[in-house]
Ligand binder design. Structure first.
Ligand code: HEM
Ligand code: HEM
Length: 172
């Protein structure tokens, strides 16, 4: 057992970004089935760009501190698996917004941040190879991210309810 917690900045950014990502996974999956009822895409894009900025802040902040040590009860393989999943989650926190940004830059709509101001578009031509790659990677990436987040959440719940260590508490 260890009493060390993640610092307040790390915890705040973790949960803020987690909520926004879960909202964007839901929005991405529901925008088509709900398109007759509500247009989810403008909010999806604005939330996604917010995730990009917050993730860059989070990664910058991450370089300034060391995570609390893992309890000795965890095997080296478990520690390695946890760290690997975290690195890949960080990659997806950047790759999903960037591929979405590439795809949306090729579209005809402006990229508005909740109607308050327009965000810049990348120089991506409509129907270009880059726009197509962005679209494909965003779609496949969305499903991979769902699997990753599920694994991550199940691991956290396993630690809390089955192994009964402090892993979840130190992120709360
Ligand atoms: C972490 C951030 C993001 C996540 C987790 C996410 C997730 C998703 C998911 C799961 C889909 C549905 C995939 C499909 O079935 O086609 C989707 C679609 C889409 N996303 Fe994102 N997204 C994010 C950021 C963005 C950003 C920043 C933009 C644009 C600025 C964007 C633009 C789009 C567009 C235009 C679609 C619709 C694609 C289509 O229906 O053809 N996304 N997103
Ligand atoms: C979309 C959602 C999420 C993403 C992208 C995400 C991402 C991350 C990342 C990158 C880390 C590593 C932190 C670091 O050391 O720098 C982390 C840690 C952690 N996350 Fe998440 N997370 C998400 C949702 C959740 C949820 C829903 C839970 C709880 C059920 C959770 C529980 C934890 C815990 C307990 C840790 C600390 C793990 C450890 O010390 O090894 N996360 N998360």
């Amino acid at each position: 057992m260890t009493n060390a917690k993640y610092n307040a900045g790390a915890r705040t950014l973790h949960w803020l970004i987690a909520i926004l990502i879960i909202a964007n996974i839901a929005g991405g999956l529901l925008h088509e089935p709900l398109e007759k009822v509500v247009s989810l895409m403008p909010a999806h894009k604005a939330i996604g760009m917010t995730i990009l900025v917050l993730s860059l802040v989070r990664l910058g902040w991450r370089l300034t501190w060391t995570a609390p040590a893992y309890p000795a009860t965890m095997t080296p393989l478990e520690v390695l698996a946890a760290k690997l999943v975290h690195v890949v989650l960080y990659l997806f926190m950047l790759a999903m917004p960037v591929t979405g940004w590439i795809m949306a830059s090729a579209g005809k709509y402006p990229l508005s941040w909740f109607g308050l101001f327009d965000m810049p578009k990348l120089p991506v031509a409509k129907d270009s190879v880059l726009a197509g790659i962005g679209h494909e990677m965003h779609e496949v990436g969305g499903y991979l991210l769902i699997a990753l987040v599920l694994g991550h959440v199940l691991a956290a719940l396993r630690h809390h309810f089955l192994v009964r260590d402090d892993i979840l508490r130190r992120m709360l």
